[in-house]
Design a protein around this ligand. Sequence first.
Ligand SMILES: C[S@@+](CC[C@H](N)C(=O)[O-])C[C@H]1O[C@@H](n2cnc3c(N)ncnc32)[C@H](O)[C@@H]1O
Length: 246
Amino acid sequence: MAVRLDIELTESEKAAMAAIPSTSWFTQFIYRNAESPIHPNRKLAENNEMKQAMVSDWVTESVKGKRVLDLFSANGGFSIMAALAGAKEVVGVEFSEERIKCAQFIASTLKSDCKIEFIHGDVYQIENYFDEPFDVVLCLGGLYHIADPAFVLRQIGGLTKERLLMQTSQVLPIPGNWAKFIVRRQDKTQGGMTSIRGGYGTWFYSPGCLRELLLHGGFDIVEERQPSILKRQRFPWFFASCEPLT
Ligand SMILES: C[S@@+](CC[C@H](N)C(=O)[O-])C[C@H]1O[C@@H](n2cnc3c(N)ncnc32)[C@H](O)[C@@H]1O
């Protein structure tokens, strides 16, 4: 889903936006007088629409006046949502330099009071990046990319004061507490099977496994959401709004 911004771009901003490669636009942004390029994988739009529809109320309710950490921030779709919802400060962490540049461009057009920063880094390393915990942490669409999710969730636990909003993928069918790691065949033009480092491996967790992982990270699930049973096959997403255990 495109994010609509009630902002008019100058001619030089339009030119700067057109120069950003389309692969950087994980989320599309539509300005009053211009549209960003669309990511070449059109399925992403439908996927994003589902995610945003399922978490935008959680984001809006939890970030007002808060310091927010957006992990796996891509080109800033959820960081910008948090800034527009009144966050005091947003820090995104993303390891694609191109997506970071894209996110910085969008942030520069907002002229918002929110302090927005994007760190070109690895979520595996977050405990080395920050001295102070954040009020709210967004971990939307990323836990399935992480080779050791339990380790990363412990780090997230150490950085979350009030709320963690999490979205990841789940296995179908879903009983039990387990997970599988699937290495996908790459596009033919890229040749062969990829390694985990190639970034195409993905974790699929049972909801029971996710609950245990979140507990291990020091979180209590306050609310869970999943797409309706009919949509779950196409969008095997699991959403959790969590608070740190006291
Ligand atoms: C599926 S996108 C999710 C983007 C966004 N949070 C959303 O839900 O719309 C995942 C992003 O995480 C980034 N990523 C994957 N592993 C990462 C890591 N270890 N550290 C930082 N970024 C990572 C990818 O480059 C990609 O932009």
